[in-house]
Write a protein that binds this ligand. Structure first.
Ligand code: F6P
Length: 543
């Protein structure tokens, strides 16, 4: 990535999009479909087992042409190659960005500083598989000789959200005699509730932390150690009940976990891009090494698609460009992700870190303040639950909220007519958002005149629909990689570093300082008047 790229707003495609957007804004999706019914099948891509319908967007062929031109002018193609080939594109941390190497087949070669990283990746995967087999079969015994029945992943951010999401998403494939819990919050309630009914003799902790210094994770890890030793009363028990997943061997040793029980990864894997590294150990324990391989295969095939497919048929490219379109030309502040599958209930939460920690940036690679919007807010809930809470605002509120609907043709739990009812709702919501209901239509139903405005649906509210056959490990890998690469596309267009996260630092530093002050009972507080007062009251109240 060049620090001296032409500023985004000076690219000719950007300028053309600005005036083009003005011509699109007055157009209604009703009109766009009426004059061009074929758009419903033309503005869609069927690739990698994902049918991506983007026809219900406020776009024409011209919009796509200009967005694709924007991608070209931004040098997207060479940036993709730079990422895949291990260039240090995370410039503020001087690191390569190679989550794609985590799912590369054994035969691939990916060089970082002249060294092929693929053999190391597979070595760790093999070690994870051997360990998983021992736990899943009951061969691995706890300190008192009992097999492991409970696995608790302790981690936060990328060391938690991916594992939780994947566990929930793939629960159908999980070994049901193992219980999985996830502790992330520094709030002691998280640990207390996760362990309240568990026996330390049968419990394995995975301490997952790239840096092994994160306050939340280390605090929970120390509590877990005390909880284990309170019952097992022998330091030697730690080797049987604790494993670490980290890039920081020294820190792991310092904590007291034998590096023989450590599964490593590398600084070129960002936390929010790490669920397919050893950070996915809990996923592998739950679904088994073979299913984990299928998950990786799904990721890899989306990687190949992203790298090799022309942009006009490229799922992450189209998806990323549409996000840019609304954020920058329609002032859309958010994107709603609405999976119609209960197993994907943590998918929006997972995407929040992926998208917002990546693209929540306000300076370009050269450090200049941007004069356009960057990463929108991602949020969502599984359907149909959301329909009975926030969809009102999406349909009739004043905000424009592009939506991603995600649905599967086959259910993993066929129960009566549930699945058809579920999917009918996906199609109905996207249709209602796009086409709405006019005042004439409402009045024709005999609605009292004073109620007509309340019952009108303006429509013209955009959405994508992603339709897949079945929620398999492979499909999940493809979906996650799709969003990962879409985030990449957005970051390239916005000329930002999608792979650093300096915005989380200040709060961490201040919290550390305040911890010291709390220990000294608030002596000599030198914050602003508000913070001083809050700390003082807290100390008084807790007495
Ligand atoms: O504070 C943000 C962050 O650095 C994330 O990027 C990361 O996923 C999370 O903290 C956890 O970090 P670690 O895995 O090093 O404990």
């Amino acid at each position: 990535m060049s620090k001296t790229a032409t500023p985004l707003t000076q690219l000719s495609a950007w300028k053309a999009l600005e005036s083009h957007a003005e011509s699109i804004k007055p157009k209604h999706l009703r009109e766009l479909f009426a004059v061009d019914p074929e758009r419903g099948t033309r503005l869609a891509v069927d690739a990698e087992g994902i049918y991506f319908d983007y026809s219900k967007h406020r776009i024409t062929d011209e919009t796509i042409k200009l967005l694709l031109q924007l991608a070209e002018e931004s040098g997207l193609k060479s940036h993709i190659e730079a990422m895949f080939t291990g260039e240090k594109i995370n410039i503020t941390e001087n690191r390569a960005v190679l989550h794609t190497a985590l799912r590369a087949p054994k035969s691939a070669k990916v060089l970082v500083d002249g060294e092929d990283v693929v053999p190391e990746v597979h070595k760790v995967l093999d070690a994870m598989a051997a360990f998983s087999d021992r736990i899943r079969s009951g061969e691995w015994k706890g300190f008192t000789g009992k097999p492991i029945k409970n696995v608790i992943n302790i981690g936060i951010g990328g060391s938690d959200l991916g594992p939780v999401m994947a566990y929930e998403a793939l629960k159908h494939y999980s070994q049901r005699n193992l219980t999985f819990r996830f502790v992330s919050n520094i709030d002691g309630t998280d640990f207390a509730e996760a362990t309240i009914d568990l026996d330390p003799e049968e419990t394995l902790f995975i301490i997952a932390s790239k840096t092994f210094t994160t306050l939340e994770t280390m605090t929970n890890a120390h509590t877990a150690r005390s909880w284990t030793l309170a019952k097992l009363k022998d330091e030697k028990a730690i080797a049987k009940h604790f494993v670490a997943v980290s890039t920081a061997e020294k820190e792991v040793t310092k904590f007291g976990i034998d590096t023989a029980n450590m599964f490593g990864f590398w600084d070129w894997v960002g936390g929010r891009y790490s669920m397919d590294s050893a950070i996915g150990l809990s996923t592998m324990l739950a679904i088994g090494p073979d299913n984990f391989k299928k998950l990786l295969a799904g990721f890899h095939s989306m990687d190949q698609h992203f790298r090799n497919t022309s942009f006009d048929k490229n799922l992450p490219v189209l998806m990323g460009l549409l996000t840019v379109w609304y954020a920058d030309f329609f002032d859309a502040q958010t994107v709603a992700v609405l999976p119609y599958d209960q197993y994907l209930k943590r998918f929006p939460a997972y995407l929040q870190q992926l998208t917002m920690e990546s693209n929540g940036k306000h300076v370009t690679l050269s450090g200049a303040k941007v004069n356009y919007e960057t990463g929108p807010i991602f949020w969502g809930e599984p359907g149909t639950n959301g329909q009975h809470s926030f969809y009102q605002l999406i349909h009739q509120g004043t905000h424009l909220i592009p939506c991603d609907f995600i649905g599967f043709a086959k259910t993993l739990n066929p129960l009566g007519e549930h699945h058809d009812f579920l999917m009918a709702n996906v199609f109905a919501q996207a249709e209602a958002l796009a086409f709405g209901k006019t005042a004439e239509e409402v009045a024709a139903e005999g609605t009292a005149a004073d109620l007509v405005p309340h019952r009108v649906f303006e429509g013209n509210r955009p959405s994508s629909t992603l339709l897949l056959e079945n929620l398999t490990p492979e499909a999940l890998g493809k979906l996650v990689a799709l969003y990962e690469h879409s985030v990449f596309v957005q970051g390239i267009i916005w000329q930002i570093d999608s792979f650093d996260q300096w915005g989380v630092e200040l709060g961490k530093v201040l919290a550390k300082k305040i911890i010291g002050e709390l220990e000294k009972n608030g002596e000599g507080l030198k914050h602003d008047a508000s913070t001083n007062e809050l700390i003082t009251r807290y100390l008084k109240l807790k007495k």
